[in-house]
Design a binder for this molecule. Structure first.
Ligand SMILES: [Zn+2]
Length: 425
């Protein structure tokens, strides 16, 4: 007996099409996609007027395990992924111990499988302990399941170290995901350096702390021919540099986080530490450049940078609070409301930037609904307005600057490998 998802608008992000069709799930695969499929012997779900998408893919999340299970666990983080419509996520290696050992990579993959909410593709550390001193064993980590390398949370300060890492990544045909931050330039800054930081009298992080390292790594990508993927781009100067690098044919891709598309440093005035994130929310000119870069494809994909912390860690003053907020459970409705409802992107275009393109950039399976493919799919309700309510999150992290925002485009149902993992329909 299969599950027949009947009459929904099925989105193909690769073809850019949306068509009414039935989708039949048998076991853990999609066995048929077609019109008026036979219902005999199947459990039928009527999805008329709803959108059926491939399971979304997020290449930048912090699952915090091993080590920081008070912030999040693989179980709660992947449950949050399922609730947000994500079937695959890449976990960042700033765990404790740091994900710099094949044993930890295997643990993360196995633990995610055991819970079954979503597939986790670990990103392993570029340097041992992410200390920037010695490159990890890329081949062993890749063999264990790592799909990319990053010292996310910190920038790799030495250009020579980054060059060595890029040369190794190139032999494995995997990207290095760059957290760009020159630590001497960012200093003790806690928010974007600008009028707001000056008015509040707090230390700022100048845009060049980020853009200088991005420029360096674009040049290293050119020198080595390796694939550099720039994480959570925030400054206007960086968007211009990446656009120019792409024009030159350098192998660079980039992600942007929903908060850098939607918010500016003004949010710190009202939200304080709940608007503290690294890289910080920047100026309106930076935000506009990120939107333009996202619309023209300079910034290829959306990544949430889901970064859960305990309530105590976020309830501090801005100079002491932890950086980051959760994003998995609200990012699709945020972007659907902002870009699709307003007509800036088609639904298929947004889905492409959150499924098939991330899969392509990180060499992952999925990202498309196909007969014979794993049954990872998500059903979206384009009509009902719901308010962001962190109390309903499955993530342990509750901090979001979007608390109370009214959005449409919420995921109602998620299947992962043929299993129903989220259902509020
Ligand atoms: Zn980062």
């Amino acid at each position: 007996m299969g599950i027949l998802l009947q009459g929904g608008y099925v989105v193909d992000p690769v073809q850019g099409t949306v068509q009414i069709a039935d989708v039949l799930i048998e076991g853990n695969v999609i066995s048929r996609i077609g019109h008026a499929l036979s219902t005999t012997g199947h459990a039928v779900r009527d999805l008329r007027d709803l959108y059926v998408l491939p399971g979304l893919i997020d290449v930048h999340v912090h699952l915090r395990e091993p080590g920081f299970t008070n912030k999040e666990t693989i179980e709660t983080g992947t449950h949050a992924a399922a609730a947000g419509g994500f079937s695959r996520v890449c976990s960042m290696p700033n765990t404790s111990p740091v994900t710099d050992d094949p044993e930890i990579v295997r643990y993360i993959v196995t633990e995610a499988k055991r819970h079954g909410y979503a597939t986790v593709h670990p990103i392993a550390a570029v340097t041992k302990g992410s200390k920037g001193e010695q490159v990890t064993n890329f081949r062993a980590l890749h063999d264990a399941g790592a799909v990319a390398f990053s010292d996310d949370g910190r920038g790799v300060q030495s250009a020579a170290m980054m060059k060595e890492a890029l040369l190794q990544a190139k032999t494995l045909c995997v990207p290095i995901a760059v957290h760009a931050e020159d630590e001497l330039l960012s200093g003790h800054g806690v928010m974007h350096e600008g009028d707001v930081s000056r008015a509040l009298g707090v230390q700022g992080i100048p845009t060049e702390a980020e853009s200088v390292m991005i420029a360096r790594d674009l040049l290293l990508a050119k020198a080595t021919g390796a694939h550099v993927h720039i994480c959570h781009v925030s400054p206007e100067t960086a968007v211009h540099a990446i656009r120019e690098a792409k024009r030159q044919g350098i192998h660079v891709t980039a992600e942007v986080a929903p908060h850098h598309l939607l918010l500016t440093d003004q949010a710190v005035k009202t939200l304080g530490a709940h608007a503290k994130v690294n890289p910080p929310l920047r100026s309106e000119a930076d935000r506009t450049a990120c939107v333009q870069g996202f619309l023209d494809g300079t910034l290829d994909i959306i990544a949430t940078d889901h970064a859960p912390h305990t309530q105590e860690e976020k309830a501090q003053t801005i100079d002491k609070a932890s950086n980051g907020f959760v994003g998995l459970e609200i990012s699709f409705p945020l972007l659907y409301t902002t870009f699709v409802q307003s007509g800036l992107l088609t639904l298929a275009q947004l889905v492409m930037r959150m499924s098939s393109l991330p899969a392509q950039l990180f060499n992952l399976p999925g990202g498309r609904l196909q007969e014979g493919g794993q049954a990872d799919l998500t059903v979206i309700d384009p009509y009902t307005t719901r308010v962001v309510n962190p109390r309903l999150f499955h993530s342990k992290g509750r901090a979001t600057p979007f608390h109370g925002k009214s959005l449409v485009g919420w995921p109602l149902i998620t299947y992962h490998a043929g299993h129903l993992v989220h259902d509020i329909f």
